[in-house]
Design a protein around this ligand. Structure first.
Ligand SMILES: Cc1cc2nc3c(=O)[nH]c(=O)nc-3n(C[C@H](O)[C@H](O)[C@H](O)COP(=O)(O)OP(=O)(O)OC[C@H]3O[C@@H](n4cnc5c(N)ncnc54)[C@H](O)[C@@H]3O)c2cc1C
Length: 472
């Protein structure tokens, strides 16, 4: 085996891998270290960039005026106190500085207009995730990083307990890249149907990927790390999952983008195959429920739900309800409507509507802009806000399944160095990780704007750690 002593291999060209590559290269340049850096991605250049490339890449806390003093308690609350407080403290301490570093390296940011109006403040790279990947990759190349596409990592090489290389495949050609340090940044396992079935159970094969770039996230980095004794961490049966058109293609569609999502459900009711409601659609604003209700839909019989609206709400539906490729039925009478809801027990549905309409607290005014407290009372599953009766034609319903963005389970890292931790809780010499394949950051739900920030912060830490050999 060719075994150069000074070589870092970074696996994956998303935000995490690119932040690692640029920070490693900078460390090498500043300290005049004799280290080569290679970044590999198993996708061709036109497809590489993972979820990062297809996301708008809104980032929280990445500028000094966007710091959230309550970030750690907020993340602990968002994860039901199962998330790793050390990770969150590291993210809070480093995010503004990492944002400033990215800006100083030439990544331009804007304030996304949506967040001027509401929600915690964010910044966004010019050109969204695609802009970020293109810019960051350009900076990495200018720093001398060798980027190889269509080159997939398959296996880590270990010698005396230390990672000394990685076996990669480019088409039919397999070779071993010797390395002092390997940084895993190859995303989650959402693109691996077998792993999804194993961790999410029956029905997981009906899940659809919401971003075309993520079909390459097949859990390779996680698998390779576990194979050499890495400690699994986090919520392995949890993922960022949304209500997604039931008939959307397996890997999304570039022309449609995120318009297969269906996010007006807080003003609707959702019923499953039994004709019954199953979740509090109005528990909170969309931003706080959309990333977890996809998984709730997945758990329903035959893994689908119909979102049901009446004529009062139809004019308020978000734009994504008006696209051509949409699984929609409509009718002018509720009886005809009930029989159009494919796969649903129509009699039970009609009974459900009657009971739901009767339970709506009609003396409270509907207000979509605040949690209006217009609820239902006395139902097995009550609706907390925005409870509108289903009685005015035209009736419209949209069939959704579960669309997955990324998985939450992964490997454990030392947040200070980015090193992967083994099952005896010791760092694995020569192995670092960042991004979606780090477990322990998200459980049950996803607080918006955290994925990219986490990828960039832990990516920079891992790149610096790999180049400086910290704790290795
Ligand atoms: C539609 C959508 C919108 C989103 N919006 C936001 C947002 O606004 N804000 C936010 O913070 N987060 C958002 N997210 C989440 C965010 O995009 C991710 O958390 C983040 O981009 C993950 O970065 P990453 O570098 O870990 O992985 P990725 O960006 O997925 O990159 C992984 C890379 O690894 C490569 N790879 C995989 N296996 C191998 C292998 N064996 N060998 C070599 N290469 C390999 C892949 O090809 C890919 O290029 C969104 C996600 C989606 C899907």
């Amino acid at each position: 085996m060719n075994h150069p002593s000074r070589h870092i291999v970074i696996i994956g060209q998303g935000a995490a891998g690119l932040a690692a590559a640029v920070s490693a290269a900078e460390t090498v340049r500043v300290h005049k270290l004799p280290i080569r850096i290679t970044l590999i991605d198993k996708a061709r250049e036109s497809d590489a960039g993972g979820n990062t490339r297809w996301s708008p890449s809104n980032m929280r806390m990445m500028a000094p005026d966007r710091v959230e003093p309550s970030f750690v308690p907020d993340m602990l609350a968002a994860t039901d106190h199962k998330g790793d407080a050390d990770y969150f403290a590291t993210l809070a301490a480093n995010a503004p500085e990492v944002g400033a570093w990215m800006a100083s390296r030439g990544v331009e940011f804007i304030q996304p207009p949506y967040y001027l109006a509401k929600g915690p403040p964010r910044i966004q790279p010019v050109g969204g995730g695609a802009g970020l990947v293109a810019r960051f990759a350009g900076i990495a190349r200018a720093e001398g990083v060798d980027i190889r596409y269509a080159c997939g990592a398959e296996e880590l090489v270990v010698d005396g307990g230390r990672v000394v290389g990685v076996v990669v495949a480019s088409g039919d050609k397999r070779e071993t890249l010797g390395a002092d340090a390997v940084v895993l940044a190859s995303g989650g396992f959402q693109g691996n149907a077998e792993m999804m079935l194993r961790h999410f159970g029956p029905g997981a094969d009906t899940m659809r990927l919401i971003s075309p770039g993520t079909r390459f996230a097949t859990g390779d980095g996680i698998r390779m790390a576990l194979a050499i004794g890495a400690s699994p961490c986090g919520n392995w049966s949890g993922c960022h999952a949304v209500g997604w058109d039931m008939n959307a293609p397996e890997f999304g569609d570039l022309a449609v983008g995120d318009q297969f999502q269906k996010h007006s459900y807080p003003f609707a009711i959702m019923v499953n195959a039994t004709g019954r409601r199953f979740v509090d659609e109005g528990a909170d604003f969309r931003n706080y429920t959309y990333a977890k209700y996809g998984a709730v839909v997945l758990r329903q019989p035959n893994n689908f739900a119909w979102q049901v609206f009446d004529g009062k709400i139809v004019p308020m539906l978000r734009d994504e309800y008006r696209i051509k490729r949409v699984s929609k039925v409509s009718a002018n009478t509720i009886e005809e409507f009930a029989h159009k809801l494919e796969g649903v027990n129509a009699e039970a549905f009609l009974d459900e509507i009657k009971k739901y309409n009767a339970a709506v607290k009609k003396d409270v005014k509907f207000d979509p802009n605040v949690k209006d407290g217009r609820c239902t009372m006395g139902l097995a599953v009550n609706k907390s806000n925005w409870a509108n009766t289903i009685e005015e034609p035209p009736f419209e319903a949209y069939q959704v399944g579960c669309g997955v963005s990324f998985t939450f389970g992964g490997v454990r890292i030392d947040p200070d160095s980015g090193q992967v931790i083994d099952s005896d809780m010791n760092p694995i010499p020569g192995l670092y990780a960042a991004g979606e394949l780090v477990g322990g950051i998200f459980y049950f739900n996803y607080p918006g704007g955290s994925g990219l920030m986490s990828g960039a912060v832990f990516g920079k830490i891992a790149g610096t750690g790999a180049a400086s050999g910290r704790n290795a």
